[in-house]
Every structure is written in structure tokens, then in C-alpha cells.
Design a protein around this ligand. Structure first.
Ligand code: PAF
Length: 254
């Protein structure tokens, strides 16, 4: 696998085979890779000739320093996983490389980004959309892959790509769950073993036939701190906190 830290060096590589029939799939990540990321990478490998993965723990999308500082990091492990999977390229930039303007410029959406996960996390989606816009412009991929665990993020990115006439096709991939139903997330690694045992109740309760009010009550009774449980676009979305770890999930709902 070829590793690029520098935008210009990657662009030179990208342009050296542009115009050939070679398609490129792109999977942006913040590292601490798990089965959810692996499914995105495999989907990209199935649909493209080459796959580029990026690892960049993006500080501008964290509204709390604590959350950023405690976010799991496992670069060496990620690297061997990407090599095992046969990924062609890794883009692994520094903050200074990606934010040459030191975040003077940003991308903002004014409706969907203000509800659900955006309601309580000031600037979160500005940070996500800005870094994804940068990464999509750098990658120049044919397709970019995003997981449905972050469904609101996926919708915002897809609509941003349409609004700005980006060339890259935004592809969504199904949410991957542990056998006990817990949605895969890098943050799950921060749960204690007792917390890990309790966490699947979030999905169980969210996907039950209870009303939104009853769901919130039941989540609190079981020991979660509820950030929100809401319905939007025929889906039920929720965010809870357990042992100071933020968990999100969403399920189809008619
Ligand atoms: O979903 C993520 O891991 C991040 O929000 C993303 C899309 C890589 C942007 O930093």
C-alpha cells in the first residue's frame, strides 16, 4: 500500500492514471478501524479498480476537547488491516496539510445539520462537511463510501455533493451490528465490560414498538443518559450517553 501525507504528491499519482479506464473508490475514516469500515472498503473494492482510504482524526468536528482527546487511535493496527485487505492507497495527512487556511473557510448547511445530532453539538456538521469537501476534492474519486450508522451525516454529504455539483458519486452502505445488536462504532472500544454488556439495550429499545416518550423513559430506566430520540424521514434516530461514551443509532420506522 502506498501512503501519502501530502496533497500534491497524491494528486500527481492520481493524475498519472486519470483518463484510463481505472476507477477509484474512496473511503474516508478517522481511524480506529472496525468491521463497519471493512464493509465500506470491501464495497469499494468490489465496485472500483483501485481503493483509497484516508485516516484523519478531524478536530473541527468535535465540539468537546475531551471527546477528541479520548477518541480511540490505533494507527499501527489500522495500517496492518489496510495492508491485509489489499487497499491500494492510504491518505494520512496532518492538520496543517489539510487545513492550510487554519479553518478560515468552512462548509455549512442550515436545516438538517441543526436537528438530531446537530442540535446539541455546535459546529459538528460544519466540521464534517468541511473536511469531507476537502477530502473529496483531493481524492478525485469516482465513488465515495459512507456508512448508514451516521445516517444524518450521509444525507448531508450526499446533498452537499449534489448542491456543489461534485463529480464523486456518494454511496451509502448498510449499518453493521455486533451479534447482540450494538451498532459498530470506534467509540464502543471506550466502554467498560459492564458498559459493553448494557449497550445493546439501546438498539433493542430504539427498535421496539414503544412510543418515543416510552423509549426515552425505558432508556433512562436501563441507565442511559438520553440526548435525543426522534423520528425523521421514516427513520427513528437516537443518541445516548453511557459511561461518558456517546452512542448513536438509527432504525427504519414507518
Ligand atoms: O464518519 C466519519 O468517520 C467522519 O465523520 C468522516 C466522514 C471521516 C469525516 O471526518
Amino acid at each position: 500500500m502506498n501512503i501519502f501525507n501530502n496533497v500534491d504528491t497524491w494528486k500527481r499519482e492520481r493524475h498519472s492514471w486519470q483518463g484510463t479506464a481505472t476507477s477509484l473508490g474512496f473511503v474516508p475514516t478517522m481511524g480506529a478501524l472496525h468491521e463497519g469500515h471493512i464493509s465500506l472498503i470491501k464495497q469499494s473494492q468490489k465496485e472500483n479498480y483501485k481503493t483509497l482510504v484516508s485516516i484523519f482524526l478531524n478536530p473541527t468536528q468535535f465540539d468537546k476537547n475531551d471527546d477528541f482527546n479520548n477518541y480511540p487511535r490505533s494507527f499501527e493496527k489500522d495500517l496492518s488491516l489496510l495492508n491485509e485487505l489489499g487497499v491500494n492507497y492510504l491518505f494520512y495527512p496532518s492538520y496543517d496539510e489539510l487545513y492550510q487556511d487554519n479553518y478560515r473557510y468552512s462548509c455549512r448547511e442550515n436545516e438538517l445539520s441543526k436537528i438530531l445530532c446537530g442540535a446539541n453539538r455546535t459546529g459538528h456538521f460544519d466540521g464534517v462537511l468541511t473536511v469531507v469537501m476537502k477530502l473529496l476534492n483531493i481524492a478525485e474519486a469516482d465513488r465515495a463510501y459512507f456508512g448508514e450508522k451516521d445516517y444524518q451525516q450521509y444525507l448531508l454529504i450526499r446533498e452537499m455533493a449534489q448542491s456543489f455539483f461534485l463529480k464523486t458519486n456518494i454511496v451509502s452502505c448498510p449499518l453493521i451490528r455486533e451479534k447482540d445488536g450494538l451498532a459498530l462504532s470506534s467509540r464502543n472500544l471506550r466502554l467498560s465490560s459492564a458498559g459493553r454488556k448494557k449497550a445493546p439495550a439501546f438498539y433493542r429499545i430504539l427498535s421496539s414498538t414503544l412510543s418515543l416518550k416510552e423509549i426515552k423513559k425505558e432508556l433512562i430506566r436501563v441507565g442511559f443518559k438520553v440526548e435525543y430520540v426522534e423520528e425523521f424521514n421514516n427513520r427513528r434516530f437516537g443518541a445516548v450517553h453511557l459511561e461518558n461514551v456517546r452512542l448513536i443509532d438509527n432504525v427504519p420506522h414507518k
